[in-house]
Ligand binder design. Structure first.
Ligand code: PLP
Length: 397
């Protein structure tokens, strides 16, 4: 797979020709002709600014740039990753229906699908994300959505997006892919996904200093989301602030460099862990990873295998002790989230996946002793690998 559009193809000038777009703070926009306002509300005129919950020039600049990166016709910046996911699935399942979802997804998404959507008349079946046949078997005449994460949180398994896209097409449903863990590495739209959602809080922001999300899709779907009568983004209202959009617009330029740096740092650490004979490493770049071949066949090669490593410490006590030691020795920070310049460490069973009951965690292989590491690139990668090994020896041996 290769990227067809270059980031440099996207240019937005500031009002005075500045090399970056201006931040348009306006909540609302003036209409010189009152008739036009009425037409906008009736959907008869498009392309003018009405109110910033509907569309905003700075948010649009970021959205267009992200759409170019993703290879989609359009995109829409929203307030968080959960806003992107909830608005997307609510839009697609507005009149009820059925969704087949991967059972290995971010805990918040799992809670939304398990606890909230069924109360709103939406039926959901959860299946093994690595088994395309399981998705097909769960499809019913009511199925409208197939949902998966391209790389699952926190087990780092890989979904066969082209096969799921084919399945979605065959059964007339939409494939929604959360690509939060692997921006640029995977291009789900180019593999046939209909909607790609992001928590921009993670790699796309890259600095752990904001909460943001985005939905990438064809123009028609984005227009549905901001429709004044039926649009989930417009009517639930979790839109992106122009200041955040400006930050994200500029940060997209460094996303390729940052993704390469995250992948390189992770690769160096994994190589060192292997050299020390450390077992229990889950990393898609390792030949023993169950989807290593699939990952390699789908990825945009120059971005590597990503910056996420999950490590099985054996039990939760050991995992938290190791995390504490790693923080004390300045290897990383014990904090949820990912995609930061620095390494972040968390124990998913007791934190970001704790919404998934123990019994379900067991079923999907999410062990209590897992330590999830989002590898940062600040500092010397070899020194960081050495620090990890020393901490590991002190706590786990
Ligand atoms: N999707 C994935 C894979 C995540 O890991 C997260 C958060 O951790 C989300 C979505 C939700 O994103 P946000 O926290 O920006 O709402």
């Amino acid at each position: 797979m290769s990227m067809t559009q270059d980031l440099r193809d996207i240019q937005h000038f500031g009002e005075e020709g500045g090399v970056v777009p201006v931040i348009d703070h306006a909540a609302t926009s003036t209409f010189l002709n009152p008739d036009d306002m009425e037409k906008v509300f009736h959907g008869e005129v498009k392309g003018c600014y009405l109110y910033s919950r509907h569309s905003n020039p700075t948010v649009n600049a970021f959205s267009q740039k992200l759409a170019a990166v993703e290879g989609t016709e359009a995109a829409f910046g929203v307030a968080s990753g959960m806003a992107a996911i909830s608005c997307t699935v609510h839009q697609l399942l507005m009149d009820g229906g059925h969704m087949v979802s991967s059972n290995t997804i971010y805990g918040g998404t799992w809670a939304l699908f398990k606890n909230i959507l069924p109360k709103q008349g939406i039926k959901i079946d959860f299946v093994d994300p690595y088994d395309v046949k399981a998705f097909e078997a769960a499809i019913t005449p009511d199925t409208k959505v197939i949902y998966t994460e391209s790389m699952s949180n926190p087990l780092l398994g890989v979904s066969d997006i082209p096969a799921l896209a084919k399945l979605a097409k065959k059964h007339g449903c939409k494939l929604v892919v959360d690509n939060t863990f692997t921006p640029l590495i995977f291009s789900p739209k180019k593999m046939g996904a209909d909607v790609v959602v992001y928590s921009c809080t993670k790699y796309i922001s890259g600095h752990s200093d904001m909460i943001a999300g985005a939905i990438c899709a064809d123009r028609a779907f984005i227009d549905q989301l901001i429709d004044v009568n039926n649009g989930m983004c417009m009517l639930y209202g979790p839109v992106m602030d122009a200041r955040i959009a400006y930050e994200l617009y500029t940060r997209l330029d460094t996303l390729p460099l940052r993704m390469m740096a995250h992948s390189k740092a992770a690769r160096i650490l994994v190589a060192r862990m292997k050299k020390e004979g450390i077992e229990g490493i889950i990393y898609p770049g390792l030949p023993e990873h169950p989807q290593n071949e699939l990952f390699d066949s789908l990825r945009n090669e120059k971005f590597g295998h990503g910056g996420m490593i999950t490590f099985d410490c054996g039990d939760l006590k050991k995992a938290t002790r190791l995390a504490q030691k790693l923080q004390d020795e300045k290897f990383g920070l014990f904090a949820v989230s990912l995609g930061f310049t620095r390494t972040l460490l968390s124990c998913p069973a007791a934190s970001t996946s704790s919404e998934i009951p123990e019994e379900d965690q067991k079923k999907i292989g999410l062990k209590p002793g897992l330590l999830r590491m989002s590898i940062g690139f600040v500092g010397d990668d070899d020194l960081m690998a050495e620090r990890f090994v020393q901490c590991y020896k002190a706590v786990c041996k």
